[in-house]
Design a binder for this molecule. Structure first.
Ligand code: PEP
Ligand code: MN
Length: 362
């Protein structure tokens, strides 16, 4: 394998600072022709800033396609040479960082399965010491912001200046609507914690299917994400990994044209736009709250079933006092008044009781 001349840092940083930053490419690099053709067709849309491709693929089970490995890196170089698109790949250990840098990959990303493991993140970070390369950090697969934050800190400590966050959703048991539940509230919390960092949404791994991609992309744009990372394949149904969620470059172009881009231009009507943005956030959070309330009622119904089987009363004062006490303490820390917390929990409790009563009477 022969490394070619690296493109200048400026080109990378120019692409990096574009807003919205649109990253696209196949889930996995499969063949040279597939990588180059995808890159050409993506470049032809005129809407893509960076080419992604998985070279090393972390798979749940052995025997599945685990990526072509380092032999795919020259394919990306070739694609970049032809299209001018900077490239990004996932790295999970020190060797992969070195290989990617040797072959002139412009931006590295740490995948969700790596972010969960501080040993791996540290190994990647150690390999990055003294290197100037932008690094994207995907959220960990489980909904744990501390792990995500920890990965940001490990990478930042090596002196890496350009760090971006990628929100790709969280794995939840029994979730069916999404492959990885977005849990927008967690992403927003992270965004508020690191307002200076690039914040990218990955609708492909959130949705796991094509037909809901646009909706999630729009939501991310409404929430003022800095950009999107969307998987695109020249023949999605026959992709070697993640076939259901990939779209052709032309389909992606159409989707990007359908998105209503919310500009944050201060010259015109700044106030109304800011307000609209906040209202969208409120709507999304309210949707999330409703979902969670629904889940809470399902759990209450389960408790109802046990109480029925064991012939126990619905109302148990001790337990209720404990809930209120816990909530008041927590609410206080979150700046929620005791009065509000009490009224809110009364309402939730009444609703729970009604759900349990239905079970008891059935
Ligand atoms: C990917 O981007 O192809 C990938 C493996 O993503 P994640 O780490 O989010 O699962
Ligand atoms: Mn994928």
């Amino acid at each position: 394998m022969q490394a070619t001349e690296p493109v200048t840092k400026e080109i990378t940083l120019q692409a990096w600072s574009r807003r919205p930053l649109i990253i696209s490419g196949p889930c996995s690099a499969e063949t040279e022709e597939q990588v180059v053709t995808t890159a050409q067709r993506l470049a032809a849309t005129g809407k893509i800033d960076m080419l992604r491709a998985g070279i090393w693929k972390p798979r749940t089970k052995p025997g599945m396609f685990e990526g072509v490995g380092a032999k795919g890196l020259p394919w990306l170089q070739q694609a970049k040479k032809i299209t001018g698109l900077p490239t990004t790949v996932e790295v999970a250990n020190g060797k992969q960082v070195q290989d990617a840098l040797t072959f002139d990959v412009d931006v590295l990303w740490i995948g969700a399965r790596t972010t969960v493991n501080p040993f791996s993140v540290q190994e990647v970070a150690d390999a990055l010491r003294g290197v100037e390369v932008p690094v994207l950090i995907k959220n960990p697969i489980n909904p744990d912001l501390e792990l995500w934050t920890g990965a940001v800190e490990r990478v930042a400590r090596t002196g890496i200046k350009e760090i971006g966050l990628v929100h790709r959703g969280f794995s939840t048991y029994g979730n069916t609507e999404y492959r990885n539940a977005p849990m927008w509230h967690l992403a927003i919390e992270m965004k508020l914690k690191y307002p200076q960092l690039l914040f990218i949404n990955d609708p492909s791994h959130i949705c796991g299917r094509r037909d809901t991609l646009l909706e999630v992309m729009q939501k991310a744009i409404d929430l003022d994400y800095s950009g999107l990372m969307v998987e695109s394949h020249i023949d999605p149904d026959n992709a070697w990994s993640d076939p259901k969620q990939q779209v052709t470059p032309e389909q992606l172009k159409e989707m990007l044209e359908m998105i209503i881009w919310r500009r944050d231009d201060v010259n015109s009507d700044e106030y109304h736009r800011a307000l609209e943005n906040l209202r969208q956030q409120i709507n999304h959070l309210d949707d999330e709250l409703m979902q969670i309330l629904g889940q809470r009622m399902r759990v209450a119904e389960q408790i109802g079933k046990y109480k029925k089987e064991n012939n126990i009363t619905i109302l148990q004062t001790n337990r209720w006092n404990e809930i209120i006490e816990r909530a008041s303490l927590k609410g206080d820390k979150l700046g929620l008044s005791k009065e509000f917390i009490t009224r809110y929990f009364d309402a939730v409790h009444m609703e729970s009781i009604n759900h349990q009563k239905k079970i008891m009477d059935s």
